[in-house]
Design a binder for this molecule. Structure first.
Ligand SMILES: *Cc1c(COP(=O)(O)O)cnc(C)c1O
Length: 414
């Protein structure tokens, strides 16, 4: 390491030239926060969220009462799903729905795809997962495999990069049912080649479920054009939907209405004509069948604001700024003296680098608490990773510079 360090004036110049600069003031203020480096984990509230929630309570729930279900709420899962699909997934209408948590939707879709594959060909008993996928993905896959008497086929991931196309090609074959992968690695921010990997998986006769939690709202996704089967994404990260915001699921239109492909939690809200209260479950046509029980309507209010803000900015501009932000952070860290002992454990090349950088140092476990007390808020990922998440709509270049200056100070003191 050790190159010419970008100055604070350089960071301010980047802010002055930033076409998305005005968006950084469209979030609720956070007193005492010097640098928020965790927008990739919990995005900040969009300005106006408190008023939108109050208006919902008074204007909709409070006055329209139960009539509002018929007037509009019943359609929110698909309407908000379409907005997410169009804005952030490259998905035409009718394929995305907002429903449960990421974990629950991963379970429903993984079970649906796995069951379908087993019914079509009982020899397809393997679910492919990688050792460094997000814990919930690995646990859900374990559960589905146990329920269905299937086997997990593990890809060993390099934690500083991520799953490669070759690694996938090496494990898929006539025994593969489903491959479950993160589009962007939560640890390194590695972007998997989602288009080529999908092709490779399909060529083997298998299906792929993409977890877009760390890519949705951060990098452009072309789910339709890339031939994706299914995807699940989180709404409280780059979509700013708030803690526990309902996630969304994408199921390609060509997979709708297939009798062997249905999700396992058969609830009345995903049934055809739920208010007929009839005997027997008959799934509603299309992506609505992924809904199980009463949708979390209140929680969709902030999600809508977050997605609308993203739509206004445009995902291409967001991605362009994201790369400038991580480039700045990279240049700063690279200029630190080598004896500080910090390494960047994220991909250097733009094509493979998502929205955050992971720095490694054995002291981070200890200093992260001191950083938080000083208003610099990254997160720590065991064993030694400090994640510098740079959510483009809410982060300034000066914030990157100021926050990293504090990280360096605390490291020097360590
Ligand atoms: C954040 C995240 C989740 C979150 O799942 P929840 O059900 O919302 O807790 C899942 N997968 C990945 C890859 C994530 O980054």
């Amino acid at each position: 390491m050790s190159t010419v360090s970008p100055t604070r004036a350089d960071a301010l110049a980047l802010d002055a030239a930033d076409p998305l600069g005005a968006f950084t003031s469209r979030f609720e203020k956070a007193e005492g926060v010097v640098a928020y480096f965790d927008g990739n984990s919990l995005g900040r509230p969009v300005a106006g969220t408190p008023e939108a929630l109050a208006n919902f309570v008074r204007g909709e729930w409070g006055t329209r009462l139960i009539r509002r279900w018929d007037e509009s709420w019943m359609r929110w899962p698909e309407e908000l799903g379409d907005l997410v699909g169009k804005t952030a997934l490259g998905a035409a209408c009718g394929q995305t729905v907002v429903a449960d948590s990421t974990t629950v939707l991963l379970y429903k879709l993984l079970r649906a795809l796995a069951d379908h594959q087993l019914l079509m060909d009982p020899r397809r008993t393997e679910i492919v997962v990688d050792t460094d996928n997000f814990p919930t993905d690995r646990y859900v896959a374990e559960g589905v495999a146990a329920e269905r008497g299937m086997t997990l086929r593990w890809i060993e991931t390099d934690t500083a990069t991520g799953v490669t196309t070759q690694q996938v090609a090496d494990v898929v074959g006539p025994r593969t049912a489903v491959v479950l992968l993160s589009h962007v690695s939560y640890r390194s921010a590695w972007i998997a080649d989602a288009q080529t990997i999908t092709k490779v998986v399909h060529r083997a006769g298998a299906m792929v479920l993409w977890d877009t939690s760390h890519s949705v709202g951060s990098i452009p996704i072309c789910a339709d054009a890339w031939g994706w089967d299914a995807a699940v994404g989180c709404a409280y990260k780059y979509l700013n939907g708030g803690p526990g915001a309902p996630a969304h699921a994408y199921l390609a239109g060509r997979l709708h209405g297939i009798p062997t492909l249905s999700q396992p939690i058969q609830g009345w809200m995903g049934r055809r004509d739920p208010f007929l209260m009839e005997q027997g479950y008959r799934p509603e046509a299309g992506v609505r069948s992924l809904v199980s029980g009463t949708p979390p309507i209140i929680s969709m209010v902030p999600v809508r604001l977050g997605v609308q803000l993203l739509a206004e900015a445009g995902i291409k501009a967001v991605r362009a700024k994201s790369l400038r932000l991580t480039d700045l952070a990279w240049a700063i860290v690279e200029s630190w003296p080598a004896d500080l002992g910090v390494q960047v454990a994220s991909p250097r090349e733009h094509l493979r680098r998502g929205g955050h950088l992971t720095l490694r140092h054995e002291g981070f476990d200890e200093i992260v608490h001191r950083l938080w007390r000083r208003g610099v808020i990254p997160d720590f990922r065991r064993p030694d990773g400090l994640r510098i998440g740079l959510s483009p709509l809410s982060t300034t270049f000066a914030e990157v510079w100021d926050g990293l200056a504090v990280v360096r100070e605390e490291l020097a003191r360590h």
